[in-house]
Design a binder for this molecule. Structure first.
Ligand code: BG6
Length: 505
């Protein structure tokens, strides 16, 4: 049973130039450069497309310095060992240009792209990866247009733009960003990235649900008691105060990654495996998502920030003591909430979502608890633990199904046992990084794993209804939890009030 069934990819990746806007930033260093290196590295199972990478940022920097920084980043963060030959080959196509903050910088950019294409024999296919703060997106796009860098859809060569989350900082600003993008680009040219969609286990959610018969028959209010989604991180805010403090956990994680997971776990089967059909099914989940009622915000949308604590023997400071965090900060580093999807399938089934920084481990799970068996036979005298499916998104990817079995012996004793699939033992080799998958999809023009404009807006609507209620600090308090724990007592209370408990990863 080790033969695999390939599902045809929609398109093949095209030769192109990838321009990283904000190339001296954290994302480029930790994720984009290592992912692009891996795509070019030897021994990949997909044919590597030929592409050049041009870093574009504000800071003046010699190309050699950029290459050296990129090399260090690839050596540190790439999942594949850095091989000198591969690196040299990759580095030949790696270039850097300052001037992101100046209009004339964009004219120089045009000239540099054209030089690169001529020198490397690349067609004028261009990918602009906007790894810049959301407020910088409109200006970038306008300057790209003024510099004549945006080809019309349907032109002989493509221009594609990739926008990172967060798209906007609230519904109104998200709409502005969308309007600007849509003024200058056709929807077919826009790729809104949410890197959770590129994770192997997240891609596997649809396979699990729609390539197997057993789960789908149980998937819904008739059989499911409740669903929990936990995305726990052990890292604190680190050096990202400038971005994180104005954002907070709700904007940083719930508006995008967590609602994507929710949509994938709850959506109806799409009518086809194409981007439009899948996006439509996911959007329908958000259309049915019940906003947190204002009168219950205090109990159903718990916010908290980490205080001092200990993790793996290390003493950690609290959020307010972190570098560059204002003493008056009202930013949450933890959210727990309960909501419902008011559609036919999920009517009455609670969905509990929880995410936070400085929790005991970096681990994300989706936990689906099934209903109790009837109070007869084995379940008559005592309460039996329910069946449950736990999908481990990361780090030890896989899923397990908990069922009851008879413990071998002369007495009748039942014990929960686990049917467990671990990716690392079932499949060989490490999974590609999410950014590799997604960058390859941009090169191929495949939107399946990207976020639609409507999804962005609907998710902001949901999140904004919570933010509105949080504005009143007296009505919805900011709780505290010790770093290295799974959140405040109020989050426990949120689920315990329903007679349930959080499943810690
Ligand atoms: C990012 C958030 O989108 O996702 C970070 O901005 C968070 O705050 C990160 O740490 C988590 O991603 P992953 O892949 O490590 O789970």
């Amino acid at each position: 049973m080790n033969s695999s069934i390939s599902i045809a990819q929609a398109q093949t990746p095209s030769q192109c130039t990838v321009v990283i806007f904000g190339a001296s930033g954290d994302l480029a260093r930790r994720k984009l450069i290592p992912a692009l290196y891996n795509l070019r590295a030897c021994g990949q199972d997909v044919a590597p497309p030929k592409f050049a990478v041009l870093g574009f940022a504000r800071r003046p920097m010699a190309v050699e310095e950029f290459r050296a920084t990129a090399r260090t980043a690839a050596a540190k963060f790439s999942r594949l060992e850095l091989e000198e030959n591969c690196w040299q080959e990759f580095a030949t196509g790696l270039d850097y240009l300052p001037g992101l903050d100046q209009p004339e910088g964009f004219r120089r950019l045009k000239a540099r792209i054209e030089e690169t294409e001529a020198a490397q024999g690349l067609p004028a296919n261009r990918i602009y990866y906007l790894s810049v703060p959301p407020e910088a997106v409109p200006e970038c796009v306008e300057r790209l247009d003024s510099a004549g860098l945006i080809a019309k859809p349907g032109a002989a060569n493509f221009t594609r733009v990739v926008v990172e989350k967060p798209i906007g900082t609230d519904l109104a600003s998200a709409r502005k960003v969308q309007a600007i993008l849509q003024r200058y680009f056709d929807e077919s040219q826009i790729f809104r990235i949410d890197h959770y969609l590129g994770k192997e286990t997240v891609q596997d959610l649809m396979v699990l649900r729609f390539a197997n018969t057993i789960f789908e028959r149980m998937w819904g209010a008739r059989n499911v008691d409740h669903v929990q989604i936990t995305v726990a991180e052990s890292e604190g805010v680190g050096s990202r105060a400038m971005y994180y403090d104005p954002a907070g956990a709700l904007r940083d994680m719930v508006q995008n990654h967590m609602l994507q997971l929710l949509a994938l776990i709850a959506m109806e089967a799409p009518v086809a495996l194409d981007a439009a059909a899948i996006r439509e099914s996911k959007l329908n989940v958000l259309r049915a998502l019940r906003p947190i009622p204002p009168s219950q915000a205090r109990n159903l949308a718990v916010r908290a920030r980490y205080g001092a604590g200990t993790l793996d023997g290390e003493k950690l400071r609290g959020y307010l003591q972190e570098q560059s965090i204002p003493a008056t900060s009202q930013t949450e580093t933890f959210v727990a909430l309960k909501t419902y999807i008011d559609n036919w399938r999920w009517s009455g089934v609670p969905f509990y979502l929880r995410t936070g920084k400085r929790m005991p481990a970096r681990a994300s799970i989706i936990y689906v608890q099934f209903k109790d068996v009837p109070k007869i036979l084995f379940n008559r005298e005592q309460s039996l633990p329910p069946n449950a499916l736990t999908i481990r998104i990361q780090p030890d990817e896989g899923f397990s199904f908990e069922v009851l079995a008879k413990r071998p012996g002369l007495d009748i004793a039942l014990r929960p046992v686990r049917m467990n699939l671990r990716y690392d033992s079932e499949f060989s080799g490490p999974s590609p990084d999410a950014y590799e998958r997604l960058l390859l999809d941009v090169m191929s023009g495949d939107h399946t794993l990207f976020v639609s404009a409507q999804f962005v807006e609907k998710s902001w609507e949901f999140v904004e209804s919570v933010l509105d209620q949080w504005r009143d600090n007296r009505a919805v308090p900011m709780h505290e939890y010790a770093a290295g724990t799974y959140g405040p007592a109020a989050a426990e209370q949120l689920i315990r009030a329903d007679g349930r408990t959080w499943m810690n990863p």
